[in-house]
Design a protein around this ligand. Structure first.
Ligand SMILES: Cc1ncc(COP(=O)(O)O)c(C=O)c1O
Length: 373
């Protein structure tokens, strides 16, 4: 899709999960100051101590477990952490359980280690919400890792806290390690709240918390994420990170310290910005007669574009070539149907309104073709 888009003029991009917003000024300044001050070297392989301390405080402040800095590894984005965790924990034949559709690098990480990917199929009828019963139904003696992405990408679903607790009880019962991807936890709407997993009883020792500054602080290009976990797992996982990256960029880490320790009103500003866009997009989809999962967190709307009468992959292609709007088909995220597309809220309200106008033209064309055939 990105290759096709690169050839076309005037494409509105609602594809990647990359906020269009600028990194808040005080964070950029901290990066600039760090560079001017000579932050141009490797850092401690696990990340600057000051940053790991800030991460520890940030996790605890938001209702998570308290991690010692030596149990936190700073990575070039949470993305790399997924592969470190998979390489460290999974042997060929082990099973990794992932709600489907789900963020695709977890699928690739499982494939890389020759683990067996077990996809737990979600559906629009339940707003793509994972439940303990669904997890239990997929557990086998080879199940090793359960990935929870909460709020979820691509669906924007937030698992209710009491359901997270039930899922965790299943994890304990079946001795699963939970990778809790909480990168969108600060971006929730309508009073929804994502429960940090490691803070729940019996979970600290079997949970790896994965997150980063990319989304809540609009810092995707700085490449700073992290994972934090139990004492027995972290040294080996840290060594894999060291082998892959040596350390995360010093300038990015300085900026991340400013993000986590500086004023936090920027996060609320970013959250409200996405919330306003979310409402506009959902209203527009309602008017077009396209159903979608009610987005409760993150910054995506997962829409059943096949409601207009053609498969989602065809719809996305036509929307791109005829309407000059780029969105991604759900198939990318392992969706077992070809019915959905993920629309990122990565344009201003005006940009989203323009996208809806263009979408409306393409939808009308498709509907009239179908009526005529
Ligand atoms: C669910 C989820 N986790 C982690 C990441 C990784 O983000 P980053 O590598 O920028 O920290 C993403 C990026 O889109 C994501 O959607």
């Amino acid at each position: 899709m990105m290759d096709i888009a690169a050839e076309l003029p005037g494409v509105i991009k609602l594809g990647r999960g990359d906020p269009d917003l600028d990194t808040p000024e005080h964070i950029v300044r901290a990066g600039q100051d760090a560079l001017a001050g000579g932050a141009t070297h490797y850092t401690h392989p696990m990340g600057m101590l000051e940053l790991r301390q800030a991460i520890s405080d940030d996790i605890a402040t938001h209702g998570g477990a308290r991690y010692a800095p030596e149990h936190i590894v700073v990575t070039p984005g949470g993305q790399q952490a997924m592969f470190i965790i998979a390489l460290g924990l999974l042997d060929a034949g082990d099973e990794l359980l992932l709600a489907c559709p789900g963020y695709n690098p977890y699928i690739q990480a499982a494939e890389l280690t020759e683990a067996k990917l077990v996809q737990i199929r979600m559906s629009l009828e339940t707003n793509f919400t994972l439940t303990a019963e669904m997890v239990r139904a997929h557990v086998t003696p080879r199940s090793k890792v359960l990935v929870l992405i909460n709020p979820a990408n691509p669906t924007g679903t937030v698992i209710p806290p009491e359901e997270v607790e039930r899922i965790c009880r299943v994890a304990i019962e079946h001795d699963l390690i939970v990778v809790s991807d909480e990168i969108y936890a600060r971006l929730t709407y309508d009073g929804h709240r994502a429960q940090p997993v490691a803070a729940l009883p019996g979970m600290r020792e079997r949970t790896i918390t994965l997150s980063g500054v990319s989304k809540a602080y609009a810092m995707t290009g700085w490449r700073v994420g992290y994972f934090a976990g139990p004492a027995d797992l972290m040294p080996a996982l840290a060594e894999i990170h060291h082998g892959l990256a040596i350390s995360t960029s010093a300038v990015g880490q300085h900026a991340a310290i400013a993000a986590l320790t500086g004023p936090q009103d920027c996060v609320e500003r970013i959250r409200r910005t996405f919330d306003a866009r979310r409402r506009v997009l959902c209203d527009g989809l309602d008017q077009l007669g396209i159903s979608y999962a009610k987005p409760q967190g993150a910054f995506y709307v997962y829409a059943r574009v096949a409601d207009v009468g053609i498969p989602a992959t065809d719809f996305c292609e036509r929307l791109l070539t005829e309407g000059r709007v780029m969105i991604f088909p759900g198939r990318i995220y392992g969706d077992y149907t070809d019915d959905f597309a993920r629309i990122s809220l990565t344009q201003s309200v005006e940009g989203i309104e323009e996208c809806l106008r263009r979408m409306s033209g393409v939808v009308a064309a498709i509907r009239s073709e179908r009526a005529a055939s």
